[in-house]
Design a protein around this ligand. Structure first.
Ligand code: NAD
Length: 493
């Protein structure tokens, strides 16, 4: 093989280590050039990936540039057909992929299966939208006519966190590729294996080499090199608010277009007429799914005081029935946190609250250790009541299984509390009364408002935050158009 055929770092099934191919050459080793991937349920190393540098980023960008004109010159429908094939291959291998996802990220296998299928679903959604990607023709009277051309941006960069390595990858890769761009993709250093396997499968299903390139490595090296790179036209970033600010700042140096999907502190409002059983189930799923490590998790719960006692009683009982353990074991409802530092951060939130007398732990509130927990980073599903309005549990993003519950006397108070953070990602209201739902939608400042649901994010719905939760939208037609630009041709007759 000769020349740059794409940089793809992939898992070799015959080897414990991974190999990196640059321009057809394989490099293999086990020194400081490699990053450990740890299973958070056991604390053990499961694999290693290359610790990428500026050079790999540059090579990957060159490979993506080399692949661009051929990929962009295909019709959008043809690109869509290739994505349909990729989705079919991912569906065929979903159980192996889900196992890899659980082992590196921790979520229960059934949730990992859903996430992998979610990735295929996003590919299919954008593949089906491919023929809607059109320009326009405008007759402008005697002076002339105009043709509006919609074209891809070029090489795009994408950076994702560790909490949803398959789904978040789909949200970026699918619209970018259907629109005719090529991409350099950086997974989180904790969870690169699922992304690498997905890219490899997509190439096997017909995605031309160089179209989608992965560089693994650390955020401050590989991530920053991508954001700064002068030949990358757009960066789509998902992660923490502070990192997002840094990305925005760095991208300004080369006038890149930037989409930022950042943190959230979603409120859930349970009105007095709500179906309590349904709302309790929604709160449990909304907070403890993925061990609470989801941007749109229910992070604050406001329940009307007339049903508060019954609601909290049922909530506590349901939370105490959750089974915590290694996601590979059958019947586990909640896996570990992503690492020791994440677990310690959650414990600190709870301890600070207790030390300042700012709330009462109703259940949980401790890390889980001992033989049953196998050396992993587990934390007990926790419910906290009587939380002081000034507690950091309400103002900061708590990325773990701790649910603060507050009783509220009226809707106005609930809405004021809901808006009282710097975040504006999602919010939900649980009610049978349409006027209550409308009031919450019009007054709560968040990118999405659910009624009698939380967390559901089908690819049809544009998604993104207000306030510090981000700028730009992913998913839906908005997501596709964000990977394109228009150019206009004026025809004077
Ligand atoms: P993070 O910002 O630390 O890391 C995210 C990614 O950015 C990783 O790949 C990391 O390596 C990279 N990175 C780190 N520093 C960088 C830098 N200086 N320049 C460029 N890239 C850099 O976030 P995290 O802790 O991994 O993820 C959790 C956060 O992500 C939470 O705040 C969560 O709410 C948010 N999130 C948001 C959404 C959304 O759609 N809004 C979805 C999932 C997670």
């Amino acid at each position: 093989m000769s020349g740059l055929e794409g940089i793809l770092i992939w898992i070799d099934n015959n080897s414990r280590f991974m190999k990196m191919r640059i321009g057809g050459e394989e490099i293999q080793g086990a020194d400081e050039r490699w990053l450990q991937v740890i299973n958070p349920a056991t604390g053990e190393e499961i694999d290693r990936v290359p610790n990428g540098t500026l050079y790999e980023v540059d090579d990957a960008v060159k490979a993506a540039e080399a692949a661009f004109s051929s990929w962009a010159s295909r019709s959008a429908r043809e690109r869509g057909i290739i994505l349909f094939r990729c989705a079919a291959r991912v569906r065929e291998h979903h159980s192996d992929l889900a196992r890899t996802l659980t082992m590196e990220q921790g979520k229960p296998l059934k949730d990992a299966v859903d996430e992998v299928r979610g990735f295929a679903n996003v590919l299919e959604y954008y593949a089906a939208l491919s023929s809607s990607l059109t320009g326009d023709y405008l007759p402008l009277g005697p002076s002339g006519d105009a043709v509006i051309l919609r074209e891809p941006l070029g090489v795009c960069g994408a950076i994702i966190p560790w909490n949803m390595p398959a789904l978040l990858m789909g949200w970026k890769v699918a619209p970018a590729l259907v629109a005719g761009n090529t991409m350099v993709f950086k997974p989180a250093s904790q969870t690169p294996l699922t992304s690498l396997t997905l890219v490899r499968m997509m190439e096997e299903a017909g995605l031309p080499p160089g179209t989608l390139n992965v560089v693994t490595g650390k955020g401050d090296v590989v991530g920053e090199a991508l954001v700064r790179h002068p030949d990358i036209q757009k960066i789509s970033f998902t992660g923490d608010v502070e990192t997002g600010m840094r990305v925005q700042e760095l991208a300004a140096g080369s006038f890149k277009s930037v989409t930022l999907e950042l943190g959230g502190s979603d409120p859930m409002i349970v009105w007095k007429d709500a179906d309590i059983e349904k709302a309790v189930a929604g709160a449990v799923r909304g907070r403890y799914y993925n061990a609470g490590q989801t941007c749109t998790a229910v992070k604050r719960l406001y329940v009307h005081q007339s049903i508060g006692e019954e609601f909290v009683h049922r909530l506590k009982a349901k939370v105490e029935r959750l089974t915590v353990g290694n996601g590979l074991s059958p019947d586990v409802d909640m896996g570990p946190l992503s690492g020791a530092s994440q677990r310690d951060r959650i414990q600190k939130f709870v301890e600070t609250m207790q030390n300042h007398g700012q709330g009462i732990v109703l259940t949980g509130g401790v890390p889980l250790s001992g033989p049953a927990y196998d050396g992993g980073f587990f934390y007990a599903p926790t419910v906290v009541t009587d939380v002081h309005p000034e507690s950091p549990l309400l103002s900061k993003e708590v990325f773990g299984p701790v649910l603060p519950v507050m009783c509220i006397p009226d809707l106005d108070t609930a809405i004021c509390h809901a808006n009282n953070t710097r975040f504006g990602l999602g919010a939900s209201v649980w009610t049978r009364d349409l006027s209550v739902a409308k009031e919450v939608f019009s007054r709560v400042r968040s990118g999405v408002v659910w009624v009698n649901r939380h967390l559901t994010l089908p690819p049809e719905i544009p998604f993104g935050g207000l306030k510090v939760s981000g700028t730009g939208r992913e998913n839906g037609m908005d997501g596709l158009l964000s990977y394109t630009r228009t150019r206009s041709l004026f025809l004077g007759w």
